[in-house]
Design a protein around this ligand. Structure first.
Ligand SMILES: Cc1cc2nc3c(=O)[nH]c(=O)nc-3n(C[C@H](O)[C@H](O)[C@H](O)COP(=O)(O)OP(=O)(O)OC[C@H]3O[C@@H](n4cnc5c(N)ncnc54)[C@H](O)[C@@H]3O)c2cc1C
Length: 467
């Protein structure tokens, strides 16, 4: 009998399996594909995802190889509508999904788990004490827990007979990974909002390489050609523009769909298996990674008897709400970007520059995109990072609890606590009890960040959220 079987070795499955392994839970991970994807697919790695990678000690290659986005430039009829700046702490980086999967795969392998490629889950049935899986290899296996990270056409979701409610958008979109010679800096996103449709250019690592996404207005599903891409861009750009070296071109439809349940007994859905939506804002893959990061520690703690099974119910209540909000936000953004009605276009032309040039709007927008402000209920905010001093040396809280696999306790106050915790005193205390790490808040930043009073106690979950 297996403990956990993860179906799908895309980003969500890789995060799920590696997190389980990090907590010491044995698992198998299967994928029907012959090997890792070579397609660039999702490009954006949001700030919260990078924070998680940093916590896991795997951020360096992502940060070194990715393009750090500085700004978004919405442009209409050759006129810049705004320049939306990313603050350093909310800036995303772009990296092809194939490379992200390669790096996550190497992390998984370093934890002793090998992906079983070319093995498809054909069907499954839930027995009294186990789930029986039929695999394309001919194997029939039993498992206690089944995690469906098997993408938009999920076999696991289908086997549970769950709904995947939503709608397709009417437009066909085209994508092209190409090199573009033009005046725009290679670390800024450019979005042309034209009456003929939206055209977006996302910078990718490589000499002047971009992912171009545009609306296929004719409604025909002909594959894009280099000539077509050149024409589309020349129409938007006032000055010189040269498109060369195509690598990947194709058409795609966008649908916005959400499952009605993320969990059924010991079976879970994670990532695209639970939600799909427009790529606007680069949220999809990041949301899947965070679904997995939310679920893995809970499942590990339940399997290890450290928590009761009711903890697992919070996976659905927390992450389904995130999925619902995400679908709403991306539907609105996609509808605004693809407006065709003349009156609506005129209105967008007036409102967009007024709104997008406001500093507070830019801050709200970029923080929402960063996924740093996702909350679980009223209290469940992400524990903020802050500067502290340890033995007189400047450091920060996140560096101190990097890779931690348990709840953490943060105590503000004068009296030495008896239980293990991070204790933020005033620096003049008696030596703390064993297991207590005494920190100083010389600048008052920690008290401000946590809105702490003397005697405040915070419990931080293994995934970094306040309890
Ligand atoms: C063309 C394209 C462009 C995209 N662009 C963007 C973008 O710009 N930004 C963005 O955020 N997102 C984008 N996405 C979406 C993004 O790629 C997904 O959100 C992300 O891949 C989801 O990861 P996942 O692990 O949940 O699912 P997937 O990456 O779909 O992985 C699922 C895995 O499960 C395997 N599998 C499926 N069924 C079975 C089975 N029965 N048995 C065994 N294995 C199975 C599959 O082979 C696959 O490897 C794009 C997607 C596509 C296709």
């Amino acid at each position: 009998m297996e403990e956990v079987v993860v179906i799908g070795a895309g980003p969500s499955g890789l995060m799920m399996a590696s997190e389980l392994a990090r907590y010491g839970v044995p698992c198998r991970i299967l994928d029907k594909a012959k090997g890792p994807t070579k397609l660039s697919k999702a490009l954006a790695l949001q700030a919260r995802t990078l924070e998680i990678f940093d916590f896991l000690g795997i951020a360096d290659p992502f940060v070194k190889e990715g393009i750090h986005l500085k700004a978004v430039n919405p442009i209409s009829r050759n006129k810049p509508l705004a320049r939306i700046l990313f603050e350093p702490d909310t800036a995303p980086i772009t990296l092809p999904q194939s490379r992200t999967e390669q790096l996550l795969g190497a992390h998984l392998s370093s934890l002793g788990v090998q992906i079983e490629w070319g093995v498809e889950l054909l069907s499954f049935k839930q027995e009294q004490d186990a789930i029986e899986l039929k695999l394309s290899s001919g194997e029939v296996i039993q498992t206690q827990w089944l995690i469906g990270c098997d993408g938009a056409h999920s076999t696991v979701r289908g086997g549970l007979d769950l709904k995947f409610k939503g709608e397709p958008f009417p437009d066909i979109f085209s994508l092209a990974d190409v090199e573009i010679e033009w005046e725009y800096p290679h670390d800024e996103l450019v979005v042309f909002l034209e009456p003929t449709g939206v055209v977006a250019a996302f910078p990718m690592p490589g000499d002047q390489r971009y992912r171009l996404i545009y609306e296929h207005l004719s409604g025909e599903a002909n594959e894009p050609t280099l000539e077509e891409v050149q024409l589309v861009l020349s129409r938007c750009v006032g000055g010189e523009v040269q498109v060369t070296h195509p690598r990947w071109m194709g058409n795609f439809h966008i649908s916005s769909r959400l499952t009605n349940h993320y969990k059924r007994g010991p079976i879970f859905l994670v990532g695209d298996a639970a939600h799909i939506h427009s790529p606007v804002g680069g949220q999809g893959m990041n949301t899947g990674l965070q679904d997995a990061f939310n679920l893995a520690w809970k499942l590990a703690f339940v399997i290890q008897g450290r928590e009761g099974k009711e903890l697992l119910e919070t996976y659905e209540s927390e992450r389904q709400r995130v999925g619902e909000r995400l679908l709403k936000a991306t539907e609105i953004a996609t509808s605004v970007a693809t407006l065709k009605n003349r009156l609506a276009l005129i209105l967008r032309g007036w409102v967009a520059p007024w709104l997008l040039n406001r500093k507070w709007v830019q801050k709200k927008l970029t923080r929402a995109i960063s996924q740093l402000d996702i909350k679980y209920g009223k209290k469940g905010i992400r524990a903020p990072n802050t500067v502290v001093y340890l033995n007189g040396e400047k450091t920060d809280l996140f560096s101190l609890w990097k890779g931690a696999r348990d709840y953490k306790k943060l105590v503000f106050g004068l009296k030495s606590p008896k239980d293990p915790c991070f204790w933020i005193g005033t620096g003049k205390e008696m030596p703390p009890a064993p297991g207590v790490t005494l920190l100083e808040d010389r600048t008052g930043e920690a008290r401000r960040a946590y809105r702490a009073k003397e005697g405040s106690v915070f419990i931080i979950r293994p995934d970094g959220y306040l309890l």
